[in-house]
Design a binder for this molecule. Structure first.
Ligand code: TRP
Length: 459
C-alpha cells in the first residue's frame, strides 16, 4: 500500500507536515505578505506615482486581482499538497503547464536575492540605533550612502539575513516557520501602531497627509497601472507560488475564503498605515516624497533623531522592519526548498543550506550595486531595481496571469471553488469569483502589462 496522507495523495512514504492550528496558516501567510513591500516599497512607489491616486488604483488591484488570485493559489496548494511545480504537474500531467511553477520557483530565488539586500540594510540600522546613532543634526542621507557603499558591511548583513532564513526553514514547517511567525507577528502589529501615532502628531505633518489623501489623477499613466499591479502581487506574495506552497500545508477543515480575506485585509491595512507613518514625516522633515528606495532609511532615522528616546524607537522600528522581512524571506526560501523536497527527494536542511548559499551569491551583484558595480544601469535603474523590476513588473504578473488561465480554463474554476468549499460549504461570491478569475484577471493583467512595458521601453 502506498502511504496516503489525508487527501489520498501518494507521498512516497513521507508524511507532509501541516500547520498545527488555525492561526498557524494565517500568521504564516500574513507574515509572508507583510514585509518590506508594505513598509519600504509601498510608500516610495506611491510617492513616485503621485500618492493618493495611486493608493486608489492599488486598492482596486488588490480587490479585483489580488483577492481572487490568492484564493486560487490556496486552492491549488491544498488540493495538490505540492510545491508550485508539483501542483501544475499533478493537475495537468504531461503538459508544459509545470513551467508556470518553474517560473515561480525561479522568481522566488531572484526576489529573495535582492530582498535580502534591503533586509540587510535594515539589520544594520538595528545596530546603528543600538549604538545611539540617531541624534539631531546628523546627515542621514550621507549615513545611508556611506552604508550602502561599504562592500564588506552590506555583504555581511545580506549574509546574516540569508543565514536566519536558512535556520528557520531547516527547522521545518511547524517547528520552524509556524513557531517563529506566531511569536514575531503580534510584536510587529504593536510597534507599528506606536509609530503611526508618533508620525501623524509631528509638526508639519499636514502636507504629507494631504499628499497621501488627495488624489491627482493627471499623474496616472499605463506605467502607474503596471506599478499598482506589480505592487499588489509583490505585497500579497502572489504570482510565484508562495501562497500556493503555504496552502499545501493547510488542513481540509480550514476556511480558505475567510483566510484569504484576512491575509489581504491585514496586508492592505499595514501598507496604508505605513503610508500614514511615513508621508507626514517626510513632509515634516522637508524631504521629497519621490526620493525612491531610500525613503525609509533616510526619512525615518531623521524622524527618530527629533524625538525623545529616538534611538529606542529607532531600534524598535528597524528591528520590526527586519522581522517583517524575515517572515517574508522564509516564505520565498520555502518555495524553492519545497520544490527540491517534493520533486527531487532532497532532505530539508540540505535543500535550505544549498539554495540559501546560491541565493547569497546571486545577491552579490545587487548588494554591490552602489559600490563595485555602481556603473551598471538598465533603463536608468541600478542592479537592485533591475532585479526588482524584472520580477515584480514581469514575472509576478505573468505568473498570476498564467495561474488564473490555468485554474479558470484548464483545471477548472469549478474545481477551485469545490476545494475552497471544503471547511465552509458554499461561500459568498462564488459566481463572481469564477467570472473574475476566468476573464477579468487574465485580460486586465495582459492589457496593463503590454501597455506598461511598452511605455517603460519607449521612454
Ligand atoms: N510580500 C512580501 C512583502 O511585501 C514579499 C514576498 C514574500 C513576496 N514572498 C513573496 C513577494 C512572494 C512576491 C512573491 O515584503
Amino acid at each position: 500500500m502506498a502511504d496516503l496522507d489525508n487527501n489520498g495523495t501518494d507521498l512516497g512514504g513521507r508524511e507532509r507536515e501541516s500547520w498545527s492550528n488555525k492561526l498557524g496558516f494565517i500568521f504564516a501567510a500574513t507574515g509572508s505578505a507583510i514585509g518590506l513591500g508594505n513598509i519600504w516599497r509601498f510608500p516610495y512607489v506611491a510617492g513616485e506615482n503621485g500618492g493618493a491616486a495611486f493608493l486608489l488604483i492599488y486598492i482596486l488591484a488588490i480587490l479585483l486581482i489580488g483577492l481572487p488570485v490568492m484564493v486560487c493559489e490556496m486552492t491549488l496548494g491544498r488540493r495538490t499538497q505540492r510545491n508550485p511545480v508539483g501542483a501544475f504537474r499533478r493537475l495537468a500531467p504531461n503538459t508544459p503547464w509545470w513551467l508556470v511553477g518553474a517560473l515561480g520557483v525561479i522568481t522566488g530565488f531572484v526576489i529573495l536575492s535582492f530582498y535580502s539586500v534591503v533586509a540587510g540594510w535594515s539589520l544594520s540600522y538595528v545596530v546603528k540605533a543600538m549604538v545611539g546613532t540617531f541624534t539631531a543634526g546628523m546627515d542621514f542621507e550621507g549615513m545611508f550612502i556611506t552604508h550602502v557603499q561599504s562592500p564588506s558591511e552590506v555583504v555581511g548583513w545580506h549574509g546574516v539575513f540569508i543565514l536566519l532564513t536558512i535556520l528557520i526553514i531547516s527547522a521545518g514547517v511547524v517547528k520552524g516557520i509556524q513557531k517563529w511567525v506566531e511569536f514575531l507577528m503580534p510584536v510587529l502589529f504593536i510597534l507599528l501602531l506606536v509609530l503611526i501615532v508618533r508620525g501623524v502628531t509631528l509638526e508639519g505633518a499636514g502636507a504629507g497627509l494631504e499628499f497621501y489623501l488627495s488624489p491627482d489623477f493627471s499623474e496616472i499613466t499605463a506605467q502607474t497601472l503596471l506599478d499598482a499591479i506589480s505592487q499588489a502581487f509583490f505585497t500579497l506574495s502572489l504570482g510565484m507560488g508562495a501562497i500556493l506552497t503555504y496552502g499545501s500545508y493547510l488542513r481540509k477543515r480550514e476556511n480558505i475564503p475567510v483566510d484569504a480575506g484576512a491575509v489581504v485585509g491585514l496586508d492592505t491595512l499595514i501598507a496604508i498605515v505605513a503610508g500614514f507613518a511615513i508621508f507626514p514625516a517626510v513632509f515634516a522633515m522637508g524631504l521629497d516624497p519621490q526620493s525612491g528606495p531610500n525613503l525609509t532609511f533616510i526619512t525615518l532615522p531623521a524622524v527618530f533623531a527629533e524625538m525623545p528616546l529616538g534611538n529606542l524607537f529607532g531600534f524598535f522600528f528597524f528591528l520590526l522592519l527586519s522581522i517583517a522581512a524575515l517572515t517574508s524571506g522564509i516564505s520565498l526560501l520555502e518555495v524553492v526548498v519545497a520544490y527540491l523536497i517534493d520533486e527531487r527527494g532532497w532532505e530539508r536542511s540540505k535543500a535550505a543550506i544549498t539554495i540559501g548559499g546560491l541565493i547569497f551569491l546571486f545577491g552579490i551583484p545587487p548588494v554591490l550595486g552602489y559600490s563595485t558595480f555602481s556603473g551598471f544601469s538598465f533603463m536608468e535603474m541600478d542592479i537592485l531595481d533591475t532585479y526588482d523590476w524584472l520580477t515584480s513588473s514581469i514575472f509576478l504578473p505573468l505568473g498570476g496571469l498564467l495561474t488564473a488561465l490555468f485554474v479558470g480554463h484548464v483545471w477548472g474554476a469549478r474545481q477551485s471553488v469545490e476545494e475552497a468549499r471544503k471547511g465552509v460549504g458554499r461561500f459568498y461570491f462564488e459566481s463572481s469569483y469564477i467570472f473574475v478569475l476566468k476573464w477579468v484577471v487574465p485580460l486586465v493583467i495582459a492589457a496593463i502589462m503590454i501597455a506598461g512595458i511598452w511605455q517603460s521601453f519607449s521612454q
